[in-house]
Design a protein around this ligand. Structure first.
Ligand SMILES: Cc1cc2nc3c(=O)[nH]c(=O)nc-3n(C[C@H](O)[C@H](O)[C@H](O)COP(=O)(O)O)c2cc1C
Length: 206
């Protein structure tokens, strides 16, 4: 049985353009995996642990090859819980609007929590190694403007930063489905671009 973890980083629910793409991704997943499980993690609703002094202390213990100790372990319990939830997924669907050219803060917070040494990456004699290999990752994004080409492309700090973080943990081939522009060129263009994005989602193979 496959598990799809859906990371929701738009607070707009029914009004969200990004989530319209994701609904099609999920419908497609269920169609092909009738016994599949969808684990929804709404980053605007659920409590993601803060990256506190104790959490960072534990991170540096792991980075220096030590184990967590009695001082850091309690703070790490909710961190490990989130990492395990990510590790348990065969497929990860990230639903992220563009906010100020990058990802909403809740999604960055989530990655700051789960990207931990000895869990999702490690350093070896030949350099860093991602430990989350083998997951299929789909990223649905929508943006008010269009950053697909020309000078605006350099302002897209959403797709490149997600690619960098995912690549670091071993996910080197994420599929991005970007709907843009959702505002700048008016509602007709937005509807057309959203339909295009949804039709890409409807062709995904799981
Ligand atoms: C806080 C905030 C910041 C935004 N920043 C940008 C931006 O930098 N560039 C852009 O093109 N659109 C920006 N937008 C517009 C959204 O990216 C766009 O409306 C998107 O489709 C919203 O996705 P959603 O409907 O799934 O929430 C911003 C919207 C909000 C609420």
């Amino acid at each position: 049985m496959k598990t799809l973890l859906h990371l929701v980083a738009s607070p707009r629910g029914e009004a969200s353009s990004t989530l319209k793409i994701s609904q099609s991704v999920i419908a497609r997943f269920k169609e092909q995996n009738p016994d599949g499980r969808v684990d929804t993690l709404d980053l605007f609703v659920e409590d993601i642990p803060a990256v506190t002094v104790k959490v960072t202390e534990g991170k540096y213990q792991l980075l220096s090859g030590k184990e967590l100790n009695d001082k850091t372990r309690p703070a790490w319990e909710p961190v490990i819980k989130q990492i395990k939830r990510f590790q348990d997924a065969n497929i990860v669907l990230i639903s992220s609007p563009m906010w100020n050219f990058g990802m909403p803060y809740v999604l960055k917070h989530y990655f700051d929590v789960i990207m931990q040494p000895s869990y999702l990456f490690r350093y070896t004699a030949t350099g860093p190694e991602g430990l989350a290999k083998g997951k299929k990752v789909i990223v649905a994004t929508s943006r008010g403007g269009d950053y697909s080409e020309g000078p605006a492309k350099a302002m897209d700090n959403l797709e490149p930063s997600l690619r960098t973080m995912l690549g670091f943990i071993g996910i080197t081939d994420p599929t991005f489905i970007n709907a843009q522009p959702m505002i700048a060129a008016g509602p007709d263009v937005a509807a057309q671009k959203l339909t295009q994005a949804v039709s890409i989602a409807n062709k995904l193979v799981f």
